[in-house]
Ligand binder design. Structure first.
Ligand code: GLU
Length: 449
């Protein structure tokens, strides 16, 4: 069974980039009848906040990305300690004593010589006596994972195809700080094993982490961890960029709360993000089954995907025009019923505008001034008004015959008198909502101003 996970750090709200990652992991699991897990990566106690955990869960709920189970890294510290002990006994973890300044200097020297800033493994050359001396001075070590330079790293990436890394070209990653706290790399690999994750789908900024983590997986398997001992499938999707290249700070940090406020529907966000950067056309598809049926990593491109908020708004408008009354009834203005929704829906580009249009039904409407001729015409309209199945066609039909007016001269003064506006929802649908007495009153008021 396929198991995917979404692993946000609770150091901020979800933004477009990680909403997309969450969606694709959810889709991958859902499409294959698998499980989608939420893992809160909260090993950074200083930057992690409970309010962000709540916000992430609320955002996933708003998006309708339900997860099978939830876990948190802070619940599994003993797993990491256990893995640490095993890897240390196997000689794959070693203590280091360089200060941040020393490391920085080493990097600068290498860069100055035009060399890649790879950690020189200086700490591996320390003798026991040197280490004891450091510790006697009060130095606490941080810890690195020792990459196996004899083991070339390769995998077949679900998006990028065959990948190859020479471990000698990578620094041994620091996995644990001197205060005992964990960096991202090892806990994530341990969790992916213990959670039975079969498919890791994430942004392409993680490609080199995958190279390192593949060696961690193998070392952990060799140290006896994991029932299956299978590497997960890895796939790295191209990053999102804004219309003009880099994802702007504003767009890149846009979270669900901002989208919600702007009146963006979750369905619009999902329809866009599901296919952005793939060879499939981005369309206002409201039916998730269709999005799921067509979801396929093979359609994912390697070029950065362009996120354009104007495109999101276009999709949003088209999605709103498909939303059924039951899906929105709780968010509509008081008193607005199904007929009201159908009347104004074609005019909306966001649900936030529903109140404005509904005011045309409930009033008060703007009072416009009319020419003497139009006033006479409107008085005639009030007089001719008859209330049947379709009062608008009855009224306009009768007036056309009686006055010879047609087109704009026939319809516009009526629309203006009845709604205070030059354009808006279909009058045929509005009239029954406004009601006979109020329609007559509005015509008379306009006629006698
Ligand atoms: N917490 C990591 C991140 O947000 C998770 C990366 C991963 O998917 O392994 O980047």
């Amino acid at each position: 069974m396929i198991t995917t996970r979404f692993a946000p750090s609770p150091t901020g709200r979800l933004h477009v980039g990680n909403i997309r990652t969450a969606l694709h992991n959810w889709m991958l699991a859902k499409k294959n009848g698998g499980r989608f897990l939420l893992r809160i990566d909260d090993t950074d106690a200083e930057r992690s906040r409970e309010e962000y955990v709540d916000a992430i869960k609320a955002d996933l709920a708003w998006l309708g990305l339900e997860f099978y189970d939830e876990t948190r890294q802070s619940w599994h510290l003993e797993h990491y300690d256990n893995a640490f002990q095993r890897l240390r006994s196997a000689g794959r973890i070693y203590p280091c004593y360089e200060t941040a300044q020393e490391l920085d200097l080493k990097r600068k020297v290498l860069l100055g010589r035009g060399l890649p800033p790879i950690y020189d493994r200086g700490a591996l050359n320390l003798t026991d006596a040197e280490r004891s001396a450091k510790e006697a001075e009060g130095a606490q070590p941080h810890w690195r994972f020792k990459l196996d330079h004899d083991e070339q790293i390769e995998w077949n990436d679900g998006v990028r195809g065959h990948q190859h890394f020479d471990p000698a070209a990578l620094s041994d990653p620091v996995i644990r700080r001197a205060d005992g706290s964990w960096l991202y790399m090892l806990p994530s690999a341990v969790d992916d094993i213990t959670m039975g994750v079969t498919d890791v789908l994430r942004g392409e900024d993680h490609v080199s982490n995958t190279a390192v983590q593949i060696q961690m997986f193998t070392a952990l398997f060799a140290a006896g961890m994991g029932a299956q001992q299978n590497l997960p499938n890895f796939a790295h999707e191209a990053l999102l960029v804004g219309r003009e290249g880099k994802l702007s700070k504003r767009l890149g940090s846009l979270g669900c709360d901002a989208f919600r406020e702007k009146g963006i529907e979750p369905e619009a966000l999902l329809a866009l993000l599901a296919r952005l950067g793939t060879s499939l056309p981005v369309e206002p598809i409201i039916d998730r089954e269709i999005l799921l049926e067509t979801f396929d990593l093979a359609t994912f491109g390697r070029a950065p995907a362009r996120f354009d908020d104007a495109e999101l708004e276009r999709i949003n408008t088209a999605i709103i025009h498909q939303l059924e009354f039951v899906a929105v009834s709780e968010r509509l203005p008081a008193g607005m019923d199904e007929a009201g929704w159908h009347a104004i829906r074609p005019n909306l580009s966001s649900l936030n505008e529903a109140g404005e249009w509904w005011r045309l039904v409930t009033g008060p409407i703007d009072q416009l001034d009319f020419s003497a001729e139009d006033r006479a015409f409107l008085a005639q309209a009030a007089h001719a008004l008859a209330w049947g199945d379709d009062p608008w066609h009855q009224l306009t039909g009768a007036l056309k015959e009686a006055t010879g007016r047609k087109g704009k001269t026939l319809f516009l003064p009526l629309r203006q008198a009845l709604t205070g506006m030059d354009h808006g929802p279909d009058m045929k649908e509005l009239l029954p909502l406004i009601g006979e007495a109020e329609v007559r009153a509005r015509l008379e008021r306009a006629a006698h101003r």
